[in-house]
Design a protein around this ligand. Structure first.
Ligand code: B3K
Ligand code: ZN
Length: 853
């Protein structure tokens, strides 16, 4: 198992200018004929990647080659003696129906689909399967008309025809692209069609291809696509560059979606949505992912990555773009709050454990393991910091330069840096450390006020703990968007400071009274701010003009209070509700009508996982006990207010998915959660029964799931009866049960792994049951270790069919060192058991071995 290192990068020996592919599609034996026009760039042999390919014939400039002219291994085809410019033709056989990895060409439901990023193309044909080889593609597909009437690939459909029972179609993509952006679909699908006129007046034909019957659930995806196309024109001046844009939905998919040029392939979960079947969060997920993949057309496809170490160059930037898009649709503050909530829950956690890696890793065994929240979400934070540091105008200029300078080429993080640097006079050099060093900086502060001089001095310090392979950290360049508040909560000064040294002092003049600083407004850097007193937090929670920091102060306050309660509980003391927390929740609730979306976020207590991350030895049972006790106490104390809020926000139509309706439901369901925690379960039961809206039905079910009695069992039985035929809704049925805090959750999950609708071959189903269970903060960590055993058993079996998903599940045990010694040894034993498995995939090997290191 050999590591690939960034430092070893060498440019390709041969480039491919054009490639013609001809597919005769058959589940058991697909024939792929490839014609490559190759051009030498450097001395050396021609080495092509290829896996699971049966080579049938090979020709160089039209002449058939004998076995003595090439060397074939498990993963490559090498030709030593080749000219500088030539044509290579290969013919291979592949077997889509046995491809369970869902990488390359595979079968799902009604047909053939591909997933080539990052290294799936080498399972289709012999090719230099690396993103810095960009070629123009001409693709012909041939298939049985009765089974696969729809034939799609990248670019434009230039010819089609029929021959007997077969049909064929030729697609040509005028834009050079890396092999990972190749795609084909051959299936029995129907299209929802529309069109979009670009800013310069070109007409683009839009198609969303789904299984018959699903057309009624494509409206939101189509709306989002057109909206995103317009937004990218308005915001970044980026126009779509082909005459056709197709999206095809597939139910077996490892990721959320894929940005193949002109032919995005989507997990059905991010296409299909109707108010009866999808929650408001699902609707937002569809919109976000549709926008994200569309935005890749420029940041990913037109400008791609030189190598996979640069993955964040396209992913971090495109996540930033989709975040900005979503912020422009609803409430920017609420969007920021929910993004930061998940960054802290996932990326901060990874950054603090054995799997921590920089935004640009220096080394990997298996690139599929690096599609992480660090590459994506922390990468987006780095892009955001560029903008915070240089300002919106310069950032837009930097984007224009980046696109213009790197169009139709494979770029690096340095190219992005150079474009931004060219747009500003601020020296950005030190920002590169965010790409190179892993770990979450901790920032602390001291302050002093001099009444005579009327100055206020703020001293900021940064420190970053060691991460694997990086014992000593250099200081980061940290933008600190801040304000100084007077005693009434008014801003007396606002500024963005730059903290670039281990310690730096900033003096502010004309400050007559000691102010209250509000630091890292709108989360201006992915750091942990330490040392805020409760009193300060309570003041900021009530007064800060920055909505994000108001929310954050309340979360930090609640975290401190709940962590104290955990200590008290561990010491055998009874739970007592903190008066300040009660006051803050009361104020939020009574003021909810002003901004219900914000209030719904502010009413949520910090997640169990966040509390866990703040403890030196995680006590999952105490955390759960305390958090539930707090919810119950708040629900009981504020019963009248929660009932009033529930009633006040209940009046929205089931079919309404406007921002206003989403916010109202969020607030109503937050109230429902507290009332259920306080024992008022009839409300949840009634809401479950009356549901015509999946957000409401599911919110009710989540509360009913906590009751370990027949009310729960009846609800799940009736939900199952109603939705058994709808895979995406059935996923929710599995996942709510796996996430429940009820005492019998583990046993129920064990039973569900044997359910007839549980299917290890379907990644959505695996994530819905096993992924959700592994994220259940208390039940997965049940002291017996049976939860770990269940996860490891799944990984064991899954590794043989789908190593990508198996490796992903393994990360759930990455934080094993944070638990008590008993749980530590139980998790460690399972990781060791996985590692000892015969024929373990490199994917899972990398995650298990790094977790144990
Ligand atoms: N680029 C794809 C992810 C591919 C995942 C490969 N394991 C989707 C996206 O980020 O837009
Ligand atoms: Zn992406």
């Amino acid at each position: 198992r050999k590591a690939i290192n960034l430092a070893d990068y060498t440019p390709p020996v041969f480039l491919v200018d054009e490639v013609a592919l001809d597919f005769t599609l058959d589940p058991a034996a697909t024939i792929v004929r490839a014609t490559l026009n190759l051009r030498r760039q450097a001395p050396g042999p021609l080495a092509l990647d290829g896996r699971d390919l049966e080579l049938l014939s090979i020709k160089l400039n039209g002449e058939a080659l004998g076995g003595n002219r090439y060397v074939l291994t498990e993963s490559s085809l090498t030709l030593d003696d080749v000219p500088d410019v030539f044509t290579l033709e290969t013919e291979v056989k592949i077997i889509p129906e046995t491809n369970t990895e869902l990488s390359g060409l595979y079968m799902s439901g009604t047909g053939f689909f591909t997933q080539c990023e990052p290294e799936g193309f080498r399972k289709i044909t012999f090719f230099p399967d690396r993103p810095d080889v960009m070629a123009r593609y001409k693709v012909t597909l041939r298939a049985d008309q009765s089974k696969y009437p729809v034939l799609l690939s990248n670019g434009n459909n230039t010819a089609s025809g029929a021959a007997g029972t077969q049909i064929w179609a030729t697609w040509e993509d005028p834009h050079p692209k890396p092999s990972y952006l190749f795609a084909l679909v051959a299936a029995d699908l129907v299209a929802v069609k529309d069109s979009f006129t670009t800013a310069s007046g070109r007409e683009v034909a839009l198609g969303i291809w789904v299984a018959a019957g699903d057309e009624t659930r494509c409206g939101h995806a189509m709306y989002a696509l057109k909206n995103a196309m317009k937004w990218d024109e308005d915001t970044f001046g980026l126009e779509y560059d082909l005459d056709i844009f197709n999206i095809a939905a597939v139910s077996d998919f490892n990721a959320g979606a894929m940005e193949n040029k002109g032919l995005n392939i989507f997990n059905t979960a991010y296409v299909l949505a109707s108010p009866a079947t999808a929650t408001d969060a699902d609707f937002q997920g569809v919109e976000r992912v549709i926008a994200h993949e569309y935005f890749h057309n420029w940041t990913g496809d037109r400008v791609t990555c030189r190598d996979w170490f640069q993955l964040s160059l396209k992913e971090g930037l495109t996540v930033f773009r989709d975040q900005e898009y979503m912020a422009d649709q609803f409430s920017a503050a609420v969007k920021r709050i929910s993004d930061v909530r998940s960054l802290r829950a996932t990326q901060f956690r990874d950054d603090a454990g054995p799997l921590a890696h920089p935004v640009r890793p220096a080394s990997y065994l298996e690139i599929n393991n690096f599609y992480t929240t660090t590459i994506y979400e922390k990468g987006a934070e780095v892009v955001r910091m560029y903008r915070t540091l240089i300002g919106r105008e310069a950032f837009r200029k930097g984007m224009d330069i980046y696109i213009a300078e790197n169009d139709n080429s494979a770029a690096t993080v340095e190219d992005f840096f150079a474009a931004m640097q060219a747009a500003t006079a601020i020296d950005l050099k030190q920002i590169m450390r965010w790409y190179e060093q892993a770990g979450t900086p901790e920032v602390s502060f001291d302050e002093s006020h001099d009444p005579a001089a009327q100055t206020y001095t703020l001293t900021l310090r940064q420190h970053t703990a060691p991460t694997p392979g990086q014992p000593v950290k250099q200081p980061f360049m940290i933008p600190v968007a801040m304000g100084l508040l007077d005693a009434t909560g008014r801003d007396i000064h606002t500024e963005t400071l730059i903290l670039a040294q281990p310690e730096q002092s900033f003096t502010f003049h004309n400050i007559s009274e000691p102010p209250t600083p509000s630091l890292f407004r709108n989360f201006s850097a992915p750091v942990k701010l330490q040392g805020q007193s409760r009193q300060r937090l309570a003041f900021l929670a009530a007064k800060d003009t920055d909505l994000f920091n108001r929310w954050d102060a309340m979360q930090q306050y609640a975290t401190l209070v709940l962590l104290d309660a955990v200590k008290a509980h561990q010491a055998g003391q009874a739970f007592a509700l903190d008066a300040g927390l009660l006051e803050a929740v009361t104020a939020t609730l009574r003021d909810a009508a002003r901004d219900p979306a914000f209030a719904a976020e502010a009413l949520l207590l910090p997640a169990e996982t966040l509390l866990a991350d703040a403890m030196s030895i995680v006590d999952p049972d105490a955390i759960r006990f305390v958090r539930e006790a707090a919810r119950k106490a708040l629900g009981e104390t504020l019963r009248e207010d929660f009932f009033a809020a529930y009633a006040q926000f209940a009046a929205v139509a089931a079919s309404d998915v406007s921002g206003h309706a989403i916010a109202s439901r969020a607030l109503k369901n937050a109230a429902l959660g507290y009332l259920s925690a306080a024992g008022d379960t009839t409300l949840a039961g009634a809401q479950f029964l009356s549901g015509e809206n999946m957000t409401d039905t599911l919110a009710a079910l989540v509360n009913v799931a906590e009751l370990a009695d027949e009310r729960r069992d009846d609800a799940f039985a009736s939900f199952y009866d109603q939705w058994r035929a709808n895979a995406l809704v059935l996923d929710k049925w599995f996942s709510v049960q796996a996430r429940a805090g009820a005492p019998d959750t583990l046993a129920r999950v064990q039973a569900l792994t044997k359910h007839k609708d549980f299917d290890l071959r379907n990644p959505n189903r695996v994530r819905a049951l096993i992924g959700a269970f592994a994220a259940n903060p208390s039940k997965f960590h049940e002291a017996s270790g049976a939860g770990y055993q269940l996860l490891a058993d799944t990984i064991f079996t899954l590794d043989e069919t789908n190593p990508q998903i198996a490796a992903r599940l393994t990360t759930a045990m990455g934080s094993w060192r944070r638990y008590d010694t008993a749980r530590q040894s139980l998790m460690k034993a399972q990781l060791e058991r996985i590692l000892a498995k015969e024929k373990l995939s490199p994917n899972t090997y990398e995650m298990a071995s790094k977790a144990l290191a």
